[in-house]
Design a binder for this molecule. Structure first.
Ligand code: MGD
Ligand code: MGD
Ligand code: SF4
Ligand code: MO
Length: 646
């Protein structure tokens, strides 16, 4: 029996290190790596299911081609034939247009390893091309306060005297935080969960605040007002380390307390408890999730929470800080992005038209908003190639489907986004049937395209990955090659406490309440609450579509790890009864954009004006919830619907 080191390459804050046990070229066992200081050998349920997933009978084994997209008349073809088809298309584009703008790439977040930037690099090697950018949220508003993204080590959560969790469900989505949160709680810390849904994380809380969606900024502002009135602000920090505090507090004073409370839908007693706890707390940690970013006023709400941390003096202190994201630099050579002349765009109309689209690590037909438009878009493009492990709805709407290797079958480096470390993923077993690694696919194509593509030809994945290291990588992680990583298996040296010296990276070198950069980007100069969207009389429910504990975006659904097995809409029992809807009945959920049929489940998790449907891919019930979601950004949760009997 041989063992190999791996890192889970999902877009997950944990990046678990795992060990595979291999016998005669087959995976026989997978465990977490108990030596790893952060993940400590613990995987989530999905991680433990990799053995099953890796050789699941639905996994793609061969390249497939269909003339008519969506016809399902796939023919198994050889790789040679697949490369021929792609080459013909690319050469024809060049002959007709003289450049590669009609050639587009959509890359999703299905695998975040450095290896997988090979496709981006291949496209860069073609000269100017088109890049279709997805709608995943990536807020930068934290920058307006501190000037750079930096976060304390997550283990310092255990030293907090109070933890406030805003729009995040770490029990499901960031599981390695939970032991630290529990440790803090056992030592006496107060845990507060702020979420419209009563989540698995809310079960851990001393106080759960069921606020109206999109109103976190109102709550943060009213808490600041409460702290000022009870003389519980950190005067030293404000005077010595901040900029614009006076203007900010002046405006906070003018805000109407009752209006703010009403907007966030919470009662005075809850606020009184929170202000008292904050007043008594030594240091407060704030965890901010992507739930907040998925509303139109998310940036301003995040700024307001950050301002609360600054006012209370929690930044730069052990057990304090804002846990939002780690600076995740794209510093390997193949991550440096495309050309300035590239066309960077969304799924709308294009001139010149897109003649060929390459999809890697993405399933936009279930994950992007408004998949109806994407469906038409895919249909209209003459040649669509999808590289994946499974025949997803997106792959089914492609002409060519290419099977690719998993992280057990390829060499890779995974950069963590939460505790600033990189890890080596070794190749343990040969590729599944005829699947190929993405490096192998791009290299073989580049060989066939000759002068049309400057993508460098290396002789192995290791040689390719070694060529992606540089001095900046060394400065961050102290490694220069795969061999260095082999010795250490993981590397990094993050500061334990962010901003400990209180020298901020903003223009004023202070924590900026007042930010001209924010103003330049179209936001108010101060972190004050801005009202977001609200339901209408036609569509009186918020549709919240969060991440499922037992699926990973559109991955793992077919393993049926979840109890429910199929898609369902969670509805408050009182509302359901008022509408005459039975528990388990199939209902319609609709808005101007679309109507879906889905099983209703009575749920005390949801408030009366919210419906819950987990995002993702439901092969069993063919429900695509994003058909109801319309956004030209990442504001997935500003979706309003109605529900009724069929
Ligand atoms: N198991 C599992 N883990 C995952 C993923 C997965 O799909 N499954 N996906 C990974 C990825 S790509 C991401 S981005 C992260 C996302 O993980 P999280 O940051 O936890 O994000 P969400 O599931 O989008 O939303 C979290 C919570 O925000 C709440 N919420 C919605 N609107 C508001 C609001 O206005 N205010 C407040 N306070 N709360 C609100 C929702 O009800 C939900 O409970 O998880 C990662 N980890
Ligand atoms: N309604 C709603 N929609 C959402 C969200 C929400 O909260 N609500 N969340 C959004 C967020 S935060 C995100 S990040 C996106 C995520 O959406 P996507 O970026 O599409 O990510 P996944 O669904 O995880 O994976 C996409 C595909 O990548 C494939 N894949 C996995 N590994 C590899 C690999 O090694 N190579 C290749 N070529 N393919 C691979 C998987 O099989 C899968 O089909 O969804 C967004 N969509
Ligand atoms: S999905 Fe996240 S928690 Fe689960 S094994 Fe992968 S990295 Fe770990
Ligand atoms: Mo995400």
């Amino acid at each position: 029996m041989k063992t190999f080191n791996h890192v889970c390459p999902r877009n997950c804050p944990s990046s678990c290190t795992m060990i595979s046990h291999v016998e005669n070229g087959h995976l026989v066992h997978i465990t977490g790596n108990p030596q790893h200081p952060y993940t400590k050998g613990k995987l989530c349920a999905k991680g433990f299911s990799y053995l099953e997933k890796n050789s699941h009978h639905d996994r793609l084994k061969y390249p497939y081609y269909q003339e008519v997209k969506g016809s399902g008349k796939f023919k198994q073809i050889t790789w040679e034939k697949a490369f021929d088809l792609i080459k013909c298309e690319i050469v024809s584009i060049y002959e007709r247009f003289g450049n590669f703008l009609p050639l587009a790439l959509y890359k999703g977040s299905g695998n975040v390893g450095v290896h997988h930037f090979v496709t981006d690099q291949f496209f860069t090697g073609m000269g100017k091309t088109t890049r279709i950018i997805g709608s995943s949220p990536d807020s930068d508003s934290i920058l307006y306060g501190s000037g750079a993204v930096s976060m304390s080590d997550p283990s310092t959560l255990k030293d907090a005297s109070m933890i406030m969790i805003w729009g995040a469900n770490p029990s499901a989505t960031n599981i390695h935080l939970i032991p630290y949160i529990i440790e803090a709680k056992v030592k006496g810390a107060k845990i507060v969960v702020i979420d419209p849904l009563y989540t698995q994380t809310a079960e851990l809380a001393n106080l759960y605040i069921q606020l109206s969606p999109g109103t976190d900024g109102a709550l943060a502002n009213v808490l600041i007002k409460g702290l000022v009135e009870s003389n519980a602000v950190d005067q030293v920090f404000l005077e010595e380390n901040s900029f614009g505090a006076e203007e900010f507090l002046e405006q906070i004073k003018m805000m109407d307390h009752h209006t703010l409370l009403k907007q966030c839908g919470i009662v005075q007693e809850a606020l009184d408890v929170l202000v008292k706890w904050l007043k008594d707390a030594g240091s407060v940690s704030h965890i901010i999730g992507s739930g907040i970013q998925k509303h139109i006023n998310g940036e301003q709400n995040i700024r307001a929470i950050s301002a609360l941390a600054a006012i209370h003096g929690d930044i730069g202190k052990i057990g304090g800080d804002i846990f939002f994201k780690q600076n995740n630099p794209m510093i390997f050579n193949n991550q440096k992005g495309g050309h300035l002349e590239d066309r960077v765009t969304n799924w709308n109309h294009h001139d010149p038209c897109i003649e060929m689209l390459w999809i890697s690590c993405g399933n936009p037909l279930t994950q992007e908003p408004n998949p109806q438009v994407i469906h038409k878009f895919l249909k209209d493009i003459p040649f669509v190639v999808t590289v994946d492990h499974f025949l997803t709805p997106t792959a089914a709407m492609s002409n060519l489907v290419l099977p690719t290797t998993t992280h057990f079958e390829e060499l890779d480096i995974v950069i963590n986004s939460w505790y600033k470390e990189i890890g080596l993923n070794e190749r343990a077993i040969p590729p599944y049937f005829e699947s190929r690694s993405e490096w192998n696919i791009m290299k073989e194509l580049a060989i066939r395209l000759g002068d049309l593509c400057t993508f460098p030809i290396h002789s192995s994945e290791e040689e390719y990955l070694n060529a992606q290291f540089n001095d900046t990588v060394f400065d961050h992680y102290f490694v220069r090659s795969i061999d260095d990583l082999r010795e250490k298996s993981a590397a990094g040296n993050p500061p334990i406490i962010a901003w400990e010296d209180k020298r901020f990276a903003a223009k004023t070198e202070k924590y900026q309440f007042l930010s001209t950069e924010a103003e330049d980007s179209g936001f108010p100069s101060l972190p004050l609450f801005v009202e977001g969207k609200v339901p209408t009389s036609d569509y009186p429910f918020w549709l919240i579509t969060p991440h499922h504990p037992y699926a990973f975006n559109s991955q793992f659904h077919f393993l049926n790890l979840a109890e429910e097995g199929e898609a369902f809409v969670g509805i408050h029992p009182i509302v359901a009864k008022r509408l005459g809807i039975f528990n388990g009945e199939v209902v319609k959920v609709f808005n101007d954009q679309d109507c879906i049929e889905i099983k209703a489940v009575y749920s005390n998790q949801v408030p009366k004006d919210v419906l819950l449907i987990y995002q993702g891919w439901y092969p069993e019930s063919e429900v695509i919830v994003n058909q109801l979601v319309l956004t030209d950004g990442s504001v997935f949760y500003d979706t309003f619907v109605s529900v009724g009997k069929l």
